[in-house]
Design a protein around this ligand. Structure first.
Ligand code: ADP
Ligand code: ASP
Ligand code: MG
Length: 267
């Protein structure tokens, strides 16, 4: 059994998503993939964060920023899905966008953005990307089911960087996967408190989502796909001759991620 994760950098646009579909199709024949975790499209979490702050500051420009996010998601679904599929499914994506718009209007009106509300707003990045990707997989004849990680990952109320309650979470994961045998398309980063409030696992947290689920299911392999070839000696965006490290142990990986190598999320 194995579980995969593709970050925002792998799902920036329709082209990249098609690439992911090909990777999964090739892998699928020979490997028992139980689930795939996806983040929000690249940059969407940052955009949601900045437009939430604009709304809380009573800056009306948040509306045009919201419309850009909306257009971007509708364009990706138009590029990926046939007209027939869109007719049947676009309402689910539109209703997520409508809900997000309403919440932002609320933030604008009351000029208040709590950590809890912000987590709720940020969750729309993963909810939207996963809804679109699940449909794109179906259209490519990859049977799957959408799994909202808030159903299984339970955290404390430390919004923005919530701590996982592993007893409940592991039980939920094992139980859920016992009853759902299709490939699961899973929202990264988001979770919920025991009172069913939306929480998030901290920025970059989709790496953690796939690890939590993979560990609970005791899969043989957790694969984290991104835009660079593994862990390098330094950030290749900053150091041109950085090269991939062929083997590393747990301690070394921890050290690198603690010193800011975004390629792996420390927890
Ligand atoms: P994703 O969207 O897939 O989660 P991230 O942007 O979070 O991707 O992480 C991948 C990025 O991490 C790479 O593009 C690279 O710039 C950066 N990075 C920083 N340090 C390292 C490192 N030591 N090895 C590899 N990548 C690194
Ligand atoms: N979308 C979230 C973020 O940008 C989670 C992730 O990318 O792993 O932080
Ligand atoms: Mg990341």
């Amino acid at each position: 059994m194995k579980i995969l994760k593709f970050g925002g950098s792998s799902i920036r646009d329709a082209e990249r998503i098609k690439n992911v579909i090909n990777i999964v199709k090739n892998d699928f024949k020979n490997n028992n993939i139980v689930g795939i975790v996806f983040s929000a499209f690249q940059g969407v979490t940052d955009d949601l964060l900045s437009l939430s702050m604009m709304a809380a500051d009573r800056n009306e420009l948040y509306v045009s920023e919201f419309l850009k996010i909306k257009e971007r998601h509708l364009k990706v679904s138009a590029d990926l899905l046939s007209a027939k599929t869109r007719l049947k499914t676009e309402s689910s994506i539109l209703s997520l966008l409508d809900e997000l718009e309403e919440i932002l209007k609320g933030v604008y009106l009351i000029k208040e953005l709590s950590a809890k509300t912000l987590d709720f707003i940020l969750s729309f990045g993963e909810l939207l990307s996963n809804a679109i990707i699940s449909l794109a997989f179906l259209e490519s004849k990859i049977e799957n089911e959408l799994l909202d990680a808030r159903e299984i990952i339970i955290t404390d109320r430390n919004f923005g960087s919530a701590r996982v309650f592993f007893d409940d979470t592991d039980k939920n994961i094992i139980n859920y996967f016992k009853h759902h045998k299709k490939l699961q398309i899973i929202t990264g980063y988001i979770a919920s408190t025991s009172q069913k409030e939306t929480s998030t696992l901290g920025r970059g947290g989709s790496d953690y989502t796939v690890s939590i689920i993979g560990a609970a299911l005791e899969v043989e392999i957790i694969e984290i796909w991104t835009d660079v070839n593994g862990v390098l000696t330094a950030d290749p965006k900053k150091v041109r001759d950085a090269f991939s490290i062929s083997n590393m142990d747990y301690e070394e990986a921890m050290e690198l991620s603690h010193f800011g190598a975004k390629v792996i999320y420390p927890p």
